[in-house]
Write a protein that binds this ligand. Structure first.
Ligand code: P6P
Length: 337
């Protein structure tokens, strides 16, 4: 089959045997995310035209204003997953607690749980800057046939069976892994199909782009400040280019293609960092490692962190291996033992 024209659906089928748990359920799960991505894409692309932009008048558990498109995307992904009775539980950035899927068939028999940030970077929506969806998939740990429990969601990132993102940018792409590398699919909006456009995506081992919100510089740990100075000095392959979109999926996607590092560290305003461990850091860390990069909190591998809360936050340094290792070396200099 000519790789240039393989659709996401064909790819899922032809690679199903690579997935050790292949029972078709995961394929159906990825397909439901594919459908939801197309529906959300349609609304994102016309956000400026209809009254769907702007705060929904509510705030989520993070205390952030919920943009209408946040709420809409959350509803679309939830219903795509629930209606198809594929998963037994869902955790979303937009939901205070996890959702136990009930249905006419016994959804408690399903073996997967999904954790999702339905629309990351939503503050960019009404200024027409790209946004994204991030998802993470685990097998449940509690017995099938029973309602899910919080512990099904509080698994280490190393237990993920699949993870990915949709980036709603100049084109819409779905990028995901099931533990056998990372593949990117671009939506052809004319016919509504995703095509394999970026097979076997890998982070260049070295890069020259650093992404961090330097507005928080005064509040950063000393190691981060020193690493930023290192990136900016006129020496060897530096100064590096500074690129920060304010949408992690977009910064991550560019850095994976061109080589770079994304950092959201702790700072005095966010003592545990800002990004959520379960549905932002872990899926992006899984993708990073599958693409040959590295993802840590500055000291510890993200995928080894044991979560304790659904919406807990973690600092993250992720991207090109040599860049993350260099940033870690600066962090180690000031580590309090
Ligand atoms: P700040 C978006 O809210 C997000 O979760 C990431 O997508 C993005 O990189 C970061 O937060 C932006 O946060 O504090 O720099 O505006």
């Amino acid at each position: 089959m000519n790789k240039n024209y393989i659709t996401l659906g064909e790819f899922i089928i032809s690679n199903q045997q690579d997935f050790k748990y292949s029972s078709g359920e995961l394929s159906k799960l990825i397909n439901s995310i594919r459908l939801a991505a197309k529906i959300v894409n349609h609304e994102v692309n016309k956000a400026g035209l209809v009254d769907i932009v702007g705060a929904a008048g509510e705030t989520n558990i993070q205390g952030e204003d919920q943009q209408k498109l946040d709420v809409y995307a959350n509803d679309v992904f939830k219903s795509a997953l629930i209606k198809r009775e594929i998963v037994c539980g869902i955790t979303s950035e937009e939901e205070d607690d996890f959702i136990t899927v009930e249905g006419k068939y016994n959804a408690h028999d399903n073996k997967y749980v999904v954790l999702i940030d339905p629309l990351d970077g939503s503050s960019n929506i009404d200024v027409n800057v790209s946004v994204g969806t991030i998802f993470s998939i685990y097998r449940r740990t509690t017995p099938q046939g029973m309602p899910v429990k919080k512990e099904d969601f509080l698994q280490k990132g190393s237990e993920q069976v699949a993870a990915g993102y949709i980036v709603f940018g100049t084109s819409t792409m779905l990028v995901y892994t099931t533990g056998n590398g990372v593949n990117g699919f671009t939506l052809n909006p004319a016919i509504g199909s995703f095509y394999l456009s970026h097979p076997n995506m890998t982070f260049p081992e070295r890069g020259s782009i650093f992404s961090i919100n330097q507005g928080n510089y005064a509040h950063f740990p000393k190691g981060v400040k020193d690493y930023i100075k290192y990136c900016q000095e006129e020496k060897e392959d530096r100064p590096y280019a500074y690129r920060y979109i304010g949408s992690m999926v977009s910064d991550f996607h560019r850095n994976m293609i061109k080589g770079g590092i994304y950092i959201y560290p702790t700072n005095s305003k966010a003592p545990k960092g800002k990004l959520r461990l379960l549905y932002e850091c872990n899926p992006m860390a899984f993708l990073t490692e599958q693409a040959g990069g590295k993802a840590t909190d500055g000291y510890t591998r993200i995928l080894d962190i044991q979560p304790t809360e659904l919406h807990e936050r973690a600092p993250i340094f992720c991207g090109s291996l040599k860049m993350v290792e260099k940033a870690e070396a600066f962090m180690q200099k000031y580590k309090e033992n």
